[in-house]
Design a protein around this ligand. Sequence first.
Ligand SMILES: C[S@@+](CC[C@H](N)C(=O)[O-])C[C@H]1O[C@@H](n2cnc3c(N)ncnc32)[C@H](O)[C@@H]1O
Length: 143
Amino acid sequence: MRLEGTVALVTGGSSGIGAATARALAAGDATGWFEQLYAAGARGRVPMPWSRRDPHPLFVDWAQRRAVRGAGRRAVVVGCGLGADAEYTARLGFDTTGFDISATAIRLAGQRFPHTTVDYQVADLGFPQHREGFVMPLPVGQR
Ligand SMILES: C[S@@+](CC[C@H](N)C(=O)[O-])C[C@H]1O[C@@H](n2cnc3c(N)ncnc32)[C@H](O)[C@@H]1O
């Protein structure tokens, strides 16, 4: 798996989390840095990543334009992080599962939305790490 892009993203600063992330990548752990980042956010060491409480505007726009209704249907939100998009998906009526590789993110999502109907789970999308140029489509937290 190519890691160059990810390394460029996370090694710009000299913070502790940057070093931890670099260590995870150097150890061949391409995804462990997500948990480290959320855990550092939970301890107040870094700003909480992807911490918006509202669904992504592009997702809302997409759902509204198509008048998406989820009643009687199931949805899975991959890499759901702190849950804003999963909660919106559930409000659309879907029987929603949200999963993320970060246990801290899933714990915090449950705390943020204590009355949620979303089934939050810790899980790894588990793409094959030995393959070059593999693209993993994940919802992102930025426009
Ligand atoms: C850019 S963040 C976006 C978080 C959230 N979707 C949002 O938009 O606020 C990517 C998310 O994908 C999760 N993630 C990364 N690799 C994953 C994997 N292999 N399996 C499950 N989740 C993963 C990360 O922990 C992180 O929460």
